[in-house]
Design a protein around this ligand. Sequence first.
Ligand SMILES: Nc1ncnc2c1ncn2[C@@H]1O[C@H](COP(=O)(O)OP(=O)(O)OP(=O)(O)O)[C@@H](O)[C@H]1O
Length: 578
Amino acid sequence: MLKKVLILTDRSDKELKKSILASFLAQLSLSLPVMILMMTFMEILQPFWGKEVGWWKLWVLAFSSIAVVALVFVVHRYEYGKTYVTAYEAAEEKRTTLAEYLRKLPLSYFGKKDLTEITINMMSDCGTIEQSFSSIIPAFGGTMLNLLLTCTLLAVFEWRMALAIFISVPVSFGFLLLCRKTHDYIGKMHLQSKLDASEQMQEYLEGIKVIKAFGLGGDKFKSLENAYRNLMKISTKTETVNGALTTVSMMMLRFGIPLTIFAGLNLVVSESLALPYFLMFLIFSSRIYSSLSTPLALWRDLLYAMLSIRRLHSVYEEKTMGGSDTLTLTHYTIELDNVSFGYQNKLVIKDVSFCIPQGKVTALVGPSGSGKSTISKLIARFWDINAGSIRIGGTDIRDIDPEHLFTWISFVFQDVVLFNDTIYNNIAIGKAGASKEEVEEAARRANCHEFVSRLPDRYDTLVGENGNTLSGGERQRISIARALLKDAPIILLDEATASLDPENELEIQGALSQLIKNKTVVVIAHRLRTIAGADNIVVLENGKVVQQGAGAELLKTGGLYARLFGIQQDNAEWSLES
Ligand SMILES: Nc1ncnc2c1ncn2[C@@H]1O[C@H](COP(=O)(O)OP(=O)(O)OP(=O)(O)O)[C@@H](O)[C@H]1O
């Protein structure tokens, strides 16, 4: 049951049950001093039954109390270790399995959710799991088990008194169960407002350059302030509502006290219960009610934690991209057959068919927004297409696991992604287990070695977050070095030289020529002279192929390619005038 509700693995389920047991034992151990106290009390009251006080018994009880203190310490130490270790292990397990799952999701998922939400899922929701596994669930479960035991023992002794004490328990919990929808509603609102505030903060920090440049400090700060004010209001509301519901349920619970007194007095008067036992029941009932306050207060934390857990697991409703990770290919010709694809509901690639022969350079050209980058990403299976098929070496790429597919593809984008690591490690990503010589050789061929040698820590220089300590051209050259090192049979170049100055571009083009030798290449470049020598040029307009052929041929036949070429020739004459 726990496993299903909390969506646990077999291991976490087992560990959580052990934590609950540890908490149960810890609480049970706390009953021992009360029992010793009760026994002492009964012994002192012996003259009431006309018997003598057994002093030797009192001595035994006094020594037992020392042993009980030691036992309480040992059991609590065990409980502490068990619950916290389980909590941190469960959170670590959730975080890593989630990160792995996210890696296998299609990119469309990241289009629907923003990074802040995913980060919150990973950190905050997993943090809630930590907290619920360490403090909420074991304490709740342990207390409930303890109460069940106490109730059974009391019922065996005097069922009418046990009934009087415990009858208010299902009433107060029943009330909380009835209010579950209110708890969930307000809890969801609270989680959403926390998410909104975090998103506002993220946007504020990410856009700080634009905010400064355009003097948006006032407006943007106001939205941030509003998000935090809203969070404050909803937090207050959440506490007020939850506090009120818990208080009402506690009042219902405490209604058991007068009921116990009333039932007890009746039994004493009718001589069904001796007065000392009645007093003993009264002491027990006050202890039971104070320990029941804990699960009542924990109930709302438990419901809140369940909301977080459910939000975390909503990620798993998204299907990962399947495919074999053992397939081999005999050639690398890429065929697009009647391919259609849309982001959400907007169709951007419409019934496109063309072939990218192995060992040849195929260029994709067309106006901005015509779908060039989308096609290159579809070949790398960043998304699955809506209709048609894309085949590499005759195999539909939907039959190939995306990570396996990527072993045959090197992608060089205009927007380079570098990790906050050393230059060496950023290049070495290209090939697992690459030697130092191989990394440096790739850097030399990509024209990186010279600028890296000038850095104080050379290849050990940290590049900062997304390489922000490097220029655009330097970042691009590192990404080309990575691709050179990977030496994949298929190369996708999306505006790979766009951020380079003319001098660098010339050198990089030399390196790219080496990179693409005998490879199946798809190249996207706005500067048409860059792709003039391509074996085949596919011209796209509004998501459709409108022309294809060699550059010279397309210039002769006229049409969109010749028009774009003409515009670029005219633009070459353009200069900034005041
Ligand atoms: N992640 C996305 N979500 C929604 N729409 C997108 C996304 N990426 C691109 N688009 C839309 O798809 C269409 C094709 O975009 P794509 O980037 O493939 O064009 P492109 O020809 O490469 O453009 P450019 O030359 O400007 O880079 C555009 O209308 C664009 O707005």
